[in-house]
Design a protein around this ligand. Sequence first.
Ligand SMILES: Nc1ncnc2c1ncn2[C@@H]1O[C@H](COP(=O)(O)OP(=O)(O)OP(=O)(O)O)[C@@H](O)[C@H]1O
Ligand SMILES: [Mg+2]
Length: 344
Amino acid sequence: MTEPEELVSALPALDEREVEASLRPKALGEFVGQPKVREQLQLVLESALRRNRPPDHVLLSGPPGLGKTSLAMIIAAELGTPIRVTSGPAIERAGDLAALLTSLTEGEVLFIDEIHRIARPAEELLYMAMEDFRVDVIVGKGPGATAIPLELAPFTLVGATTRAGLLTGPLRDRFGFTGHMDFYDEGELEQVLARSADLLDIALRPDGGAEIAGRSRGTPRIANRLLRRVRDYAEVRADGIVTADIAHAALAVYDVDQLGLDRLDRAVLDALVRRFGGGPVGVSTIAVAVGEEIATVEEVAEPFLVRAGLLARTPRGRVATPAAWAHLGLTPPTAGGGPTLFDA
Ligand SMILES: Nc1ncnc2c1ncn2[C@@H]1O[C@H](COP(=O)(O)OP(=O)(O)OP(=O)(O)O)[C@@H](O)[C@H]1O
Ligand SMILES: [Mg+2]
């Protein structure tokens, strides 16, 4: 795939970690949006601080790029405790996890990213650790093996997952608090952008921020990425100031349209509407029409098209919604062939 198509991906690019870290909000008060999660978490943390005890374990769930890792860091910062960071795939054996758990100091935050991918034996060890702050370390093999119970310092586990549905029941039940992260509205993304522009020393005008926010798919990571690309354009082709016009022109260069669709998204819609009359048509047919793998169409393009209300997945195949026709500047056909609402 070519470079521009990665622009509106919610996953981080390889070279993006450093700039992301510099843009992470550091305190709950700096964290934009997610008012429900923020308020609930604030109560959990405040009450723990008053009782002088580590708070309940926290699970953060939601799509990529919405701020789960940022919130995990904030939790430790607000508690004034160190944070240990690892991820589900990195914990292959129960022994790895036992070593990590026994090295935690009192009150420390253990952040396990992608916790749904933790290996099963490690997960079982985690149950007891979360519940009783205890682990059984197995020494030896076969009939002579013995379990040595070890006390753990009370800690707070913060788990993050993009696939809460894949978590086993027993693991989910051991979190005292679950924060569900939602996509951001445009006003919230404008605030994210204004804050990032400040930190990166970019002259972003409010109308420029609004233009970028509308194309960011409800995702701060995408908003921040588009901001950097628009900044490049503003510096090279203009006076460095990001206005709506500049943002508009820049994002046209990068093939990101008004709704945040990229070239592939539009190719899929275009094939569906122009070549197959709006469907229903099978996904494999669409994939051939746009010259991509079926999986790319299904996993890269379709989720956002569905969320944006442009495409529906039906048992008979993919169907374009009236909004999809309108987005391409076309009028959907009607059963009777007469004038429709959309002709107005
Ligand atoms: N509420 C927010 N306010 C300001 N910036 C935010 C906010 N949420 C996310 N960001 C920005 O978006 C970027 C991605 O956020 P983060 O890494 O926390 O997302 P994530 O949910 O952990 O994603 P993933 O599922 O891919 O791990 C960060 O660099 C951060 O600057
Ligand atoms: Mg993360």
